[in-house]
Design a protein around this ligand. Structure first.
Ligand code: ZN
Length: 317
């Protein structure tokens, strides 16, 4: 089997936020179908994601937030059993169903288990095909389709469990990873590099970021070639100076030019290039150790092609 792991769990399909919601279970079907039909699946080692321990979720989230999510789940279950509606709204575009709690624990658990496998040398790198995504989830708050911050939980876990000194987070989703910033800003053991469309949801990230945040806001309609130049000039020197011992990727694919959630112009060739540059840094400084977690990406065909491009580079295909 390959040295690239693929982590997911069927619970990640059961969470859904209502008819027509873009962050839907079909996203995972599109990804799995594409990887299967192109033969990429054959090169990956499959893992069933465990549930994250609450003690590990607490490394990045307040007990109050965790209790609120659990409380909403218990309340919703009673409501549904009494014939009530199947969803409860946590922000204008984010809602929970009875399976959200389990799916969120599996998503974070995938990132944690992938971290363990990569740190043990069992895998060189891993891709977590999970939902709900995580990078908007703040220490105290669910928002923007996210409940627990999968990457931030795993980054804090890696620092603690393996006594690492330097963990990098790379975020190439079209939206600013405000939750990851909220959790990691000021923690000098972490370096976060990102670009994001601005001004755009969640309408922050451009003002006085902490010294360990390399936020690059870009205007709508920016092309992939310009994003590559930004990465070369703004990300790579900071990553090389930081010398990460492990790299996490918040892998959102909604900056694709076919994805109408955002207005950036990336293509799957750009995701190939970006992944290769991250992998170059990982091979140079940390034996190639990368844990990549799915974030956004809402047009099925573009999402599937982009994930294929990303995973092909991870798996050296
Ligand atoms: Zn996004």
């Amino acid at each position: 089997m390959g040295k690239t792991g693929y982590f997911s769990h069927k619970d990640c399909w059961k969470h859904e936020m209502g008819p027509g919601h873009p962050e839907c279970p079909g996203r995972l079907d599109a990804i799995e179908d594409r990887l299967l039909v192109t033969g990429v699946t054959d090169a990956l080692t499959q893992y069933i994601a465990p549930k994250a321990a609450l003690a590990d979720i607490e490394l990045a989230h307040s007990r109050l937030h965790i209790a609120a999510m659990r409380g909403l789940t218990d309340w919703l279950r009673e409501e549904v059993e009494a014939g009530g509606p199947p969803y409860t709204q946590v922000d204008p575009d984010t809602s929970m169903n009875m399976h959200t709690w389990d799916a969120a624990l599996r998503s974070a658990g995938a990132a944690l288990a992938a971290t363990d496998a990569v740190m043990a040398g069992e895998l060189e790198n891993a891709f977590c095909a999970v939902r709900p995504p995580g990078h908007h989830a703040m220490r105290d708050k669910a928002m923007g389709f996210c409940f627990f911050n999968n990457v931030a939980v795993a980054a804090k876990y890696a620092l603690q469990r393996y006594n690492l000194k330097r963990v990098a987070v790379v975020d190439f989703d079209v939206h600013h990873g405000n939750g990851t910033e909220d959790i990691l800003a000021g923690d000098e053991r972490a370096l976060m590099v990102s670009f994001f469309q601005h001004p755009f949801y969640p309408y922050c990230g451009d003002q006085n970021p902490a010294p360990n945040m390399v936020n690059v806001p870009v205007a709508a309609y920016t092309r992939g070639m310009d994003v590559r130049e930004i990465i070369e000039m703004m990300w790579i020197p900071r990553l090389e100076a930081f010398k990460p011992e492990l790299i996490f990727i918040s892998a959102g694919f909604d900056a694709h030019r076919d994805d109408d959630m955002g207005q950036l112009g990336l293509t799957e060739q750009d995701y190939t290039w970006i992944t290769q540059r991250i992998k170059d840094v990982a091979r140079r400084y940390c034996d190639g150790r990368i844990v990549s977690c799915l974030e956004g990406g809402y047009v099925m065909s573009a999402l599937a092609r982009s994930v294929e491009a990303h995973v092909r580079v991870l798996a050296d295909l």
